[in-house]
Design a binder for this molecule. Structure first.
Ligand code: ZN
Length: 186
């Protein structure tokens, strides 16, 4: 990302919304926003492969592995405003399992882009499925959207829940076990 160019655009944006980009408090704002945007959209410049970095291990256990309550922050593609909440990822391994922190890393590749929650949920499920050739995968996301909370007519406390299941998680018993485990206590 060309941070200098983005900073120039933010300076112009400040003028258009009625601000004076030269007043003291805003002097460094264009550069700061550019750095923040570079970070918040870093997913465009990362790949799942590189993030997993070969942290895949052999395992013959056949039970469900769940990472619960992973904090997620993303930007909605309609308003470029944050949405945030929690992500739960579960899978049943065939022969391979991922290193503990890697589920969150996979999620971040997709969270740090302009997103819609439904699509991100599916993308994460697909990547986990592919990374370990799992028997099945389930992903649930529970997020609050600032574009609804700060403007518009939606209730401020509404949480949007999306889910995506693949493979054996389509089976009603497996799906129910997953949903119970990840929504327990939330
Ligand atoms: Zn939005």
């Amino acid at each position: 990302m060309n941070q200098q160019r983005v900073a120039e655009l933010i300076r112009e944006l400040l003028i258009e919304i009625g601000e004076d980009p030269d007043r003291e408090g805003l002097c460094d704002t264009p550069q700061r926003v550019a750095r923040a945007l570079d970070d918040l959209t870093a997913g465009y410049r990362k790949s799942v492969e590189e993030e997993i970095n070969e942290a895949i291990f052999e395992s013959h256990a056949n039970n469900m592995i769940i990472a619960r309550d992973i904090e997620v922050y993303s930007l909605c593609e309609h308003h470029m405003l944050p949405f945030f909440g929690r992500c739960h990822i579960g899978y049943i391994a065939k022969k391979k399992v991922l290193g503990v922190s890697k589920l969150a890393r996979i999620m971040e590749v997709y969270a740090r882009r302009l997103q819609i929650q439904e699509r991100m949920t599916e993308q994460i499920a697909r990547e986990v499925m592919q990374a370990v050739d799992a028997e099945g995968v389930g992903v649930v996301m529970e997020c609050r959207h600032l574009c609804m909370m700060m403007r518009g007519v939606e209730k401020q406390n509404s949480v949007m829940t999306t889910s995506s299941v693949l493979g054996s998680f389509h089976g009603p018993a497996t799906r129910a076990e997953f949903m119970n485990l990840c929504l327990r206590g939330s």
